[in-house]
Structure formats: structure tokens, C-alpha cells
Design a protein around this ligand. Structure first.
Ligand SMILES: Cc1ncc(COP(=O)(O)O)c(C=O)c1O
Length: 428
């Protein structure tokens, strides 16, 4: 079950040194993924690291050093990107519902591109650009009429029936993201009257964690077609932002995303397009997911109505996965007990709420006991940054990393005092 990216010895060493709960990363893996991705892509594509996957400053810094640009979706992520070495011009600011304060700060600091998600937002960006006496480059986010099937799901294992079926583009419903494709023409007409905006292109992102490269290619081909229609209508669109979506396997049987074929066929798509584009790929999961694991200790083992529960000194305040992603947490190991007979258990955390179940129905060794170490693999993306951190005031886990073979602490374990910072206790 154990992937090769973090060896058992490295994991044991990190637990000895820093204890649990702990996120452990290997930055060399991040570098390998970045290099593999950039090598396979056509030359008109640039990788923007999506900080929402993991905004740990050391990880961001490594990606900035490697030459990535950055995609941020809040002022917090924008500041994290600047702090870790991305230049403001190399940042694209995405996300619905950006506040005036967020936009003003990003524009004042010279953000490269803002993805506007509504006409209102475009007007707000224009007003702020007027105040700064600049012309701001923007992309318009579009909610496309169609999207491909089977996005976001992590299967429990093995048989990939979806791979046998042809990929279909399905009707896409209403969305808080962007403007509907049907309304995009009108939105572009309004944007072109805003003198302090320069509409450089469009942003379309619907897929997530796609393992079949042909599925992602279909979605991106749809984006190119939409852009081509705008070009035909005379809009000078030169940038396409495809968002992310390159998946990683969360078990030992699924095939990895075929980057080589994807890159080759994407190049062919551009060769067939009557227009040329500069492209942005906002990649999070592929770059950092397999570089990290979450490590916790067993604190209780109990039975309820015939069901075995294993409780760890962590929970959804450290690692929260949506129902579609719950199977991802089955990619785990109890250290030193690989050879033991397995049984189905519920793996849960220590929060006083029934939602704190990390994964239902997972196979764990029958011999699992208090103080065993549980390692959940592929937690480098949407792990630390995707958790319900404030629930029940359990401190943040520490984060450690292997950087060129050396184990270092990249974030100290939180303390209970962290939860009281910025609070004002008013006596009545
Ligand atoms: C706008 C946007 N860009 C990029 C990403 C990163 O996608 P991924 O982690 O699949 O690469 C996301 C993820 O939700 C997103 O919402």
C-alpha cells in the first residue's frame, strides 16, 4: 500500500523527531512533479501554482524558485505568494466574491491578472484601477454550457468502468462561479466599455482530480472552441486559463495521469486552432499531493454495536475530505503492521461531533492498538489547507519536510494560545 515518495524510515524518523499529529512533505517530489509537468506541456503553457492546495511558505517558495507563477483566491493567499517569493506580476487572482479591500490591495501591489467573476466585479476592478491611474489586465471567468462527467470522484479501487465509456460533455448547471456562457457575449460587451480594464482572455475551470487525460483534454478543447468563437466575433482574446484538474491516484491500482500523451494531444489541439493563445494552467493537486502525508497516533480502539472504531489524535480539523473524496483517505498504513490480517473499521478523530469521521469502512490490521502510528498518504494537497481548523480548539498539527534529504520543521505545532490571538475579552 505504501507509495515510494516517503519511505517508512523517513516517516519513522519524522515521528521520532516531531511527534504526531504531523504533516510530512518531501520537497524533492514537488520539484520532480513540476519538472515532469513543464517538460510535457506545449511551450505556450505556463504553470501557475494554485496556493489553495497548500499555502505552506516553504512549499510555495520552492515552486517560485522553480519558475512557477501563482494562482491565489484570497488576500491571504496573495500575501503568502508575495512572502514566498512570487512576484506580483506573476500572480493571477481568481475566486468569486472578492472584496473591495482584497482587490484594492492586490491592485496597489501590482497583481498581474485578475479573473473577474461577474460584471459587478469587473466594474469594481475598473473603479479601483481608475483610482490608481492604471489599466488592469483581467480575464473573464465563464461557466460553460457543458462539462465532462465523473469529475472529483475518488473511487475505492481497481475496476475503471468509466474508462471504457466514451467521454460525454454534460449540461452544466447554475454556478456561483463566473458568468454563464450564454451571457458571456453581453458581459464582454460591457467589459469593453470599461476604460481601465484590459480584457486579455477567458478562464474556465470545471474539472477536478481527473485521471483520464482524454477527459481533461475534452474539457480544454471546449474552452478553446469558446475562445475561438469570441475571436471570430472580433474580441482580441489572447489568454486562456484552463484552471487545474490534473489528478493523482489515491490507491495503488489506478494509473497515473498520462502527462506525455496529454501534452502531445494538447499541442495537436493548438496546432489545429485557427488562433494562437498564451495559456495558464492553475495546478495544485498534481504538484504537491503525492509529496505529503498526514501522520497521527491511535488514541482509542472501541466497539459500538458490532462496529470497530479507531480514534486518532487528529480528525477533520486537520484533514477534511468531502464525501466525494473520502475514499482518498483509504490510502493509508498502520506502521509496522502490513502483514497482519485486516478488518473493516471506522477511522475517526477526537472532535466531539459525529462529522469527525475521516473514513468509514476502511481496512486496518486487526491488531491495531493504542499508540500505533497511522499514515494517510497523498495529503500534500487539500490536507492542511482544507480542514475545519477551528472546531473544538485543537492546535494546528506541525509540518515537517525533507529538503534535499534533510528533515526540517517548516511549521511548529500550534498552541492553544493561538486561538485567543486577536480576541477581545469584554467583561460585563
Ligand atoms: C480556480 C481554481 N484554480 C485551480 C485550482 C486547482 O486545481 P487542482 O488542484 O485540480 O490542480 C482550483 C481548485 O479548486 C480552483 O478552484
Amino acid at each position: 500500500m505504501q507509495p515510494i515518495e516517503l519511505s517508512q524510515q523517513e516517516i519513522e524518523q519524522s515521528v521520532l523527531q516531531y511527534g504526531t499529529p504531523l504533516y510530512l512533505y518531501n520537497l524533492d517530489v514537488v520539484e520532480r512533479r513540476y519538472n515532469a509537468l513543464t517538460r510535457s506541456l506545449p511551450s505556450n503553457c505556463r504553470v501557475y501554482y494554485a496556493l489553495k492546495a497548500n499555502s505552506n511558505l516553504t512549499i510555495c517558495h520552492r515552486l517560485a524558485q522553480l519558475g512557477a507563477a501563482a494562482e491565489v483566491s484570497s488576500l491571504g493567499e496573495f500575501m503568502a505568494a508575495l512572502k514566498s517569493g512570487f512576484s506580483a506580476e506573476s500572480i493571477v487572482f481568481t475566486g468569486p466574491g472578492k472584496t473591495r479591500h482584497e482587490l484594492m490591495t492586490a491592485i496597489a501591489k501590482g497583481v498581474g491578472l485578475i479573473v473577474v467573476e461577474s460584471v459587478n466585479e469587473a466594474q469594481r476592478v475598473n473603479e479601483i484601477a481608475v483610482q490608481h491611474g492604471i489599466c488592469q489586465d483581467v480575464l473573464l471567468r465563464i461557466n460553460p454550457r457543458f462539462r465532462s462527467l465523473n469529475s472529483c470522484e475518488v473511487r475505492a479501487c481497481s475496476v475503471d468502468e468509466s474508462a471504457l465509456k466514451p467521454i460525454q460533455m454534460n449540461g452544466q448547471g447554475s454556478s456561483k462561479f463566473g458568468v454563464d456562457e450564454e451571457e458571456a457575449k453581453e458581459a464582454i460587451a460591457i467589459l469593453s466599455t470599461l476604460k481601465h480594464l484590459r480584457l486579455k482572455g477567458i478562464h474556465i475551470f470545471t474539472e477536478s482530480n481527473v485521471l483520464d487525460y482524454a477527459q481533461l483534454l475534452d474539457a480544454w478543447s471546449n474552452t478553446i472552441e469558446i475562445a475561438n468563437q469570441f475571436r471570430q466575433a472580433g474580441h482580441p482574446i489572447s489568454i486562456l486559463d484552463f484552471g487545474g484538474g490534473v489528478g493523482v491516484p489515491y490507491n495503488s491500482v489506478d494509473q497515473a495521469f498520462d502527462l506525455i500523451s496529454f501534452g502531445r494531444e494538447l499541442t495537436a489541439l493548438f496546432e489545429r486552432s485557427p488562433y494562437s493563445y498564451t495559456c495558464i494552467l492553475e495546478i495544485g493537486r498534481y504538484l504537491v499531493c503525492e509529496a505529503g502525508c498526514y501522520i497521527a497516533s491511535v488514541v482509542d480502539v472501541k466497539q459500538s454495536k458490532g462496529q470497530k472504531f479507531v480514534l486518532i489524535n487528529g480528525g477533520v480539523h486537520h484533514i477534511y475530505r468531502t464525501p466525494a473524496m473520502q475514499n482518498a483517505s483509504k490510502y493509508l498504513q498502520v506502521l509496522g503492521k502490513d502483514a497482519d490480517a485486516q478488518q473493516s473499521v471506522v477511522l475517526a478523530g477526537q472532535l466531539p461531533t459525529p462529522i469527525d469521521v475521516i473514513v468509514k469502512d476502511v481496512q486496518l490490521p486487526e491488531t491495531v492498538e493504542i499508540d500505533d502510528t497511522v499514515v494517510i498518504y497523498n495529503c500534500g494537497a487539500y490536507g492542511f489547507n482544507h480542514s475545519l481548523t477551528n472546531f473544538a480548539l485543537h492546535p494546528y498539527p506541525a509540518e515537517a519536510a525533507y529538503v534535499q534529504g534533510q528533515l526540517v520543521l517548516v511549521r511548529s505545532r500550534g498552541t492553544i494560545e493561538d486561538f485567543f490571538i486577536h480576541q477581545h475579552l469584554i467583561s460585563v
